[in-house]
Design a protein around this ligand. Structure first.
Ligand SMILES: [Zn+2]
Length: 173
């Protein structure tokens, strides 16, 4: 009594592809003829193969595209609200720097600027800690916030050094 060994998926695929020189063609044919199980498997392979080849090449189904677009929309909306938070934070930093400089007056610009800088650094540190704890999405914007704040700081430094320059070099030239 021999143990019935059904065809493997690979063998059925070989038969389906009608691959020449496989060497086992007749064996596979013989088993298929006498085995309804493997015939059924072959039929399902054929059906799958036809279904796949009837799909337009490279084009995913319409609902696939729709679901991807919906996901993109969700991300865009999340990003939009993150931007509003970032703009609010940046506005607060800029306002704090402006108030610090304005309140200090011309004579105290240098110490006022360093005070404003450390206030900005402290605020950034708070924002970073808050972002770490409260919102992983906001923390993704940390770099953006840091870059824009750095740009604000550079612009402020340039403006201050330009304003502070005339009195310092008044006696030269
Ligand atoms: Zn079989």
């Amino acid at each position: 009594m021999t143990v019935v060994r059904h065809l493997t998926d690979e063998e059925i695929q070989l038969h389906l592809d009608d691959a020449p020189g496989a060497g086992r063609g007749s064996e596979i044919e013989a088993h298929l003829e006498g085995c309804p199980d493997c015939q059924a498997t072959l039929l399902s392979f054929e059906a799958l193969s036809e279904a796949l080849s009837s799909l337009p090449a490279g084009e995913p189904p319409a609902d696939f595209t729709a679901s991807v677009m919906a996901r993109i929309d969700e991300r865009e909306q999340a990003r939009e609200s993150d931007r509003r938070v970032a703009v609010t934070v940046l506005g607060a930093v800029a306002l704090a720097l402006t108030i610090a400089v304005a309140a200090a007056g011309q004579a105290a610009w240098a110490p006022a600027f360093s005070a404003a800088s450390s206030a900005g650094v402290a605020l950034l540190r708070t924002v970073r800690i808050g972002a770490d704890i409260l919102s992983p999405v906001l923390s993704a914007l940390r770099l953006e916030i840091l870059v824009v704040t750095a740009l604000l700081g550079i612009a402020l430094t340039l403006a201050l050094s330009r304003l502070a320059a005339p009195p310092r070099h008044g006696h030269a030239a």
